[in-house]
Structures are given as structure tokens and as C-alpha cells.
Design a protein around this ligand. Structure first.
Ligand SMILES: *Cc1c(COP(=O)(O)O)cnc(C)c1O
Length: 399
């Protein structure tokens, strides 16, 4: 019999990650997620939150959560499929569809659970899933859980996608269904999918288009309506618009938007929806309030773009490579993971909170600091950040 130890490899694997500079070091946020916050006991400038519009602390959103919690309780008491489908969940679904100007939406507990639960149901044996090589991990997991064949195309490469689709047509027997799945905004680079071209190619092959707009919502499109609005696409061109309330909306929860048929299919089939507890009523109410804020206070979206342009210009002027960003996500390229880590450590000593991003989140030689700008950053704060980046970048030989 082989010599076996039940858990020793856990420590060995962790030690390997530490040795290779690939481990996560968790920081503790001791205040609300605001531009100036307390992290590990230190006052810092927050530049790595997904809370792009600062809705996590918007009074209307916070009050909606408190009031709904008082009225309906802390929890929903069940899965939505059983007895936890509260009036607020239904209202949220309707309000989101209205905001997206679509026939129907369905909200989930998280965005991860949408991709993990829905993708394997959309595509089964005899089908094909076609995925951008840099898609989010939740899409990768969703595809792995499916029994469909999988094909990957080069990042944003429309010609490569066309080639993959031509290849797919040669499959014998022919595929029943094909889905092209892409991030709308790629979370590590801040660039956007060429969704118009993707929709065109999909149409030529009768394929479905599934876009994960987690980082595009609240930022892109008319009034923050997201990437489908940004590219002016129709609902018969993009069949599943997926997103999350955990980023620009400032709360938590996943969602899909599309046809009535999509909604009916999803809540009858996605196991992550069917077999997991409903989000608390306070969460649903806060998400509704966040949608209302987007509908009635357009200044938040305008402001995040002004801030983003200001910081991007300053970082580029300093000589940093900021990749191909088209959004408030700004990758500051550092090369090796050690360089990204050293720069983040330096910035920390200057009271600036950013996280280094490295393998396996991105390629080994593409380590970076991912900067995320929000609405409430002041010009003074952004200039202070740019100055610290410049000093650190020079000191470490990155610029
Ligand atoms: C954050 C993210 C998700 C997961 O959303 P959650 O609601 O936080 O689980 C899915 N896809 C992409 C592209 C993301 O950036």
C-alpha cells in the first residue's frame, strides 16, 4: 500500500506558494469601503475596490437595506425555489429588466453562481462552448461543469474566433447548440470585448452570445446600463447579459437579463439558483435602491470617468505601461510578480492601498498592480497616488 498522509500536502502547497511569491496576504478592512479607509489599523487611500460608484455607502442604498431588514427580517428563510421568493426579489428582477430595457431579468445570490449554475445547463453533450482565453474564473468553472465540448479563442481576437467557428462547423455530428461566452470588461486589464463583431459571427452560425458584464455595469453604456447598451446591441444579438450587484451596484448578487424564455429556463434549470438560499430581503431592497440611484443621479457615472481619465493621464505621463484599458480598471504593468509586490509594498508605506496581481490570475511575466478608480476620489487624492506611483516606479526601475 502507498504511504499516504491525509493533509500534509496542504501545508506543503502553501509553503510553495509563499516561496514563489504567489500567496495571497489578506488585509483587513476596518471601516466602510470609502476612498479613505482603515486597513490593518492604518489610514490609507483605497485604490482597489470594485465599488466604482461608491454606492456601498450611498445613504439611499444603506437606508433601503435597514428598512427592508426591519420589515422582512435578516434572512429570506429558504431558497427562492421553495418559500424564500419574497416580493422584494420579484420586484428586483422586474426593476433590473426595466433598467436594462429588456423583457426579463433573474437575480441570483452571486455572479459566480450564475456562471457556475447556468452555463452547464445552457450547453450539454452535443453542444459547444466557445470562450475567450482571458475569461473570468467563474466562466471557466461553468464551462468545466458542462458536458459540452469547449473551444478557446485568443483574447479579443475576432479572426481567431471566426476560425474556431469554421472548425466547429466541420464537427460530425453537427453541434446542436453553440454559445460564445465572453467577459464584457476583462477584470485584469480593463479592456472590453469586441461584442459587435462577436454578435455578427455568432449570427452567421446561429450561435448564442453570453456576455459577463460584471465590471461594465454602472460604468459603460447609457447611464451605466452596461456593455450591451455601450455597443447599441439588441436583445436578439446578445442572448444572455450576465452581471453582478457586487461591483458598481455596491451590494451583492448576480443576475441575468434577456428574454422571458431565458428567465424561465434559468430558474427551472440552474442548480445554484434552485438549491441555495435566497439573498436576504435587505440585500434585494438595497439592490433596488442602487438601480434607482443610477436612474436618478447620473453624476456618479460621469464623475468616475473624470477621475479615471485624470489618473490614467498622470500614470501614463509618469511613463507607466497601462495596457489597453478602456474602463476605470487601470493595470500598471510591473513584469515579474516580485516587482508588482515590491511596488505595492512601497505604495503601502505611502498610505496607498493597491493589490499586486500575479500568476495564476495573469501570465507569469505580466504581473501588475490593478488600480480601480471610484466616484468619490478627489483630484488631490488621485494626484497624490500618481506621485507615489512615480516615486516607487523609479525606485524599483519599473519606469
Ligand atoms: C466579479 C466577477 C464575477 C463574480 O461576481 P460575484 O457576484 O462577485 O460573484 C463574475 N464575472 C466577472 C467577470 C467578475 O469580474
Amino acid at each position: 500500500m502507498v504511504e499516504r498522509h491525509p493533509t500534509r500536502y496542504l501545508a506543503e502547497e502553501y509553503e510553495r506558494l509563499v516561496r514563489e511569491n504567489l500567496n495571497w496576504e489578506l488585509k483587513v478592512l476596518e471601516s466602510a469601503s470609502e476612498p479613505i479607509c482603515i486597513v490593518d489599523g492604518k489610514e490609507v487611500l483605497m485604490l482597489c475596490a470594485n465599488n466604482y460608484l461608491n454606492l456601498a455607502t450611498h445613504p439611499k442604498v444603506v437606508n433601503a437595506m435597514i428598512e427592508a431588514t426591519r420589515k422582512y427580517g435578516a434572512g429570506a428563510g429558504s431558497d427562492r425555489s421553495i418559500s424564500g421568493n419574497m416580493i422584494l426579489h420579484e420586484e428586483l428582477d422586474r426593476r433590473l429588466a426595466k433598467f436594462k430595457r429588456a423583457p426579463a431579468s433573474l437575480t441570483f445570490q452571486t455572479g459566480f453562481m450564475v456562471n457556475e449554475g447556468l452555463i452547464p445547463q445552457l450547453a450539454d453533450k452535443g453542444d459547444l462552448l466557445v470562450s475567450d482565453e482571458l475569461n473570468h474564473g467563474s466562466i471557466i468553472d461553468g464551462c468545466r461543469l458542462s458536458r459540452a465540448d469547449r473551444a478557446i479563442y485568443k483574447h479579443k481576437d475576432v479572426e481567431d474566433l471566426a476560425r474556431v467557428m469554421e472548425e466547429a462547423e466541420k464537427h460530425d455530428p453537427p453541434y446542436n447548440h453553440i454559445w460564445i461566452i465572453t467577459d464584457g470588461v476583462f477584470s485584469m486589464d480593463g479592456d472590453t470585448a469586441p461584442l459587435k463583431d462577436i454578435a455578427k459571427i455568432a449570427k452567421e452560425h446561429g450561435a448564442g452570445v453570453y456576455v459577463d458584464d460584471a465590471h461594465g455595469e454602472g460604468v459603460l453604456g447609457e447611464g451605466g446600463r452596461g456593455i450591451v447598451s455601450h455597443y447599441g446591441l439588441r436583445r436578439d444579438e446578445v442572448h444572455v447579459e450576465m452581471g453582478t450587484f457586487s461591483k458598481a451596484f455596491g451590494v451583492i448578487g448576480g443576475h441575468i437579463t434577456g428574454s422571458e424564455e431565458l428567465r424561465n429556463f434559468a430558474y427551472n434549470k440552474a442548480r445554484s439558483w434552485l438549491l441555495s438560499g435566497a439573498v436576504p430581503p435587505g440585500v434585494a431592497a438595497a439592490c433596488i435602491a442602487a438601480i434607482e440611484v443610477l436612474e436618478t443621479e447620473p453624476e456618479h457615472v460621469r464623475r468616475v470617468w473624470e477621475n479615471r481619465n485624470h489618473l490614467l493621464d498622470a500614470l501614463q505621463d509618469a511613463g507607466f505601461d497601462t495596457g489597453n484599458t478602456e474602463t476605470p480598471i487601470i493595470p500598471v504593468m510591473c513584469g515579474k510578480s516580485k516587482a508588482a509586490r515590491d511596488l505595492a509594498d512601497y505604495l503601502w508605506t505611502k498610505g496607498i492601498f493597491v493589490l499586486p496581481i500575479f500568476y495564476p490570475m495573469v501570465a507569469r511575466d505580466k504581473a501588475r498592480i490593478r488600480v480601480q478608480v471610484c466616484t468619490k476620489h478627489t483630484t488631490e487624492q488621485l494626484e497624490r497616488a500618481a506621485e507615489a506611483f512615480k516615486e516607487g516606479g523609479k525606485k524599483l526601475g519599473i519606469i
